[in-house]
Design a protein around this ligand. Structure first.
Ligand code: APR
Length: 266
């Protein structure tokens, strides 16, 4: 494994354009349950019951109750060393794009943590613009109107769950607000997906970390890098449908492996 780690670290350092695709496994080290492992989130609920537009139309209270629980859960968690290693790379060099399937907001929190620690600030005090973070499936810490285009960055603490807090409503059209996430049966934001696909096509290397690579179109993104002549590194304790295409498969936890391969140039 040490040899593979060294190879991966050198590949990252020698690559001009790096794309990192993350899934729930990167947040598992922060205590956020994944979706498809034995105790995964979906095992307790059927997606059709909660994460679809029909479920929201049928029973918005229950859907908001589940998302309120998920928000409280992720807000109790902290970014782990894998999130911080990715954030450090976004802040320390050019040509890095993060594409995440995660809706827990932990990547953004890691970025803000490091910025507050002064990472990405040049000696003359100028603050570097971090590489892009593309949230393919949205962010459950944000809300948006279920009808118009109004969105709420911090999303009011939703009602539901039996307490008498009313469900959040749109300040513009008074329709129900909903979690700003992509539900089953919904399409991804075409602009975000387009940027993600182009970044992958242009990348010299794609690192796929913590994803089972079974949900498309996200799962196909690393292959775009391969198809355009780039390299693929997979960070996952398990084998996935991507593994046969990986130039390097680092079998282990993201929090342990990502800091060892993403350390920015001195
Ligand atoms: N470090 C790295 N990978 C890990 C770790 C860890 N500590 N723990 C588990 N994994 C791996 C698992 O082996 C698995 O391959 O993370 C992956 C998690 O897979 P899923 O639970 O399927 O999560 P994800 O791939 O993000 O799901 C994709 O499916 O339900 C939708 O919208 C949801 O974004 C989600 C999408």
């Amino acid at each position: 494994m040490l040899k593979e780690l060294e190879r991966a670290r050198n590949l990252v350092r020698s690559s001009g354009r790096v794309v990192i695709l993350t899934g729930a496994g990167v947040s598992a080290d922060s205590g956020v349950p994944t979706f498809r492992s034995s105790e995964g989130l979906w095992k307790q609920f059927r997606p059709e019951e909660l994460a679809t537009p029909d479920a929201f139309a049928r029973d918005p209270e229950t859907v908001w109750e589940w998302y309120a629980w998920r928000r409280r859960l992720v807000l109790e968690c902290s970014p782990n060393e894998g999130h911080r290693a990715i954030a450090r790379l976004l802040l320390s060099r050019d040509g890095v794009t993060l594409i995440t399937q995660n809706v827990d907001g932990l990547h953004g929190r890691a970025l803000r943590e490091l910025q507050s620690e002064g990472v990405g600030r040049d000696p003359d005090g100028t603050v570097r613009e971090p590489g892009a973070t593309l949230e393919l499936h949205g962010n459950l810490l944000r809300s948006r109107c279920s009808v118009c285009s109004e969105s709420d960055e911090d999303g009011p603490e939703p009602g539901g769950g039996g307490n008498d807090t009313p469900l959040p409503r749109c300040p513009s059209c008074d329709a129900l607000m909903r979690p700003a996430v992509v539900w089953f049966g919904e399409s991804l934001d075409p602009g975000v997906l387009d940027r993600a696909m182009h970044a992958a096509q242009d990348a010299d290397i794609c690192i796929s970390a913590g994803t089972s690579a079974v949900v498309h179109p996200a799962a196909g993104i690393p292959l775009l890098t391969r198809e355009s002549g780039g390299s693929l590194i997979e960070v996952n304790p398990e084998v996935t449908p991507l593994s046969p295409f990986a130039d390097i498969h680092l079998r282990g936890a993201g929090a342990e492996i990502l800091p060892r391969i993403l350390e920015p140039p001195d």
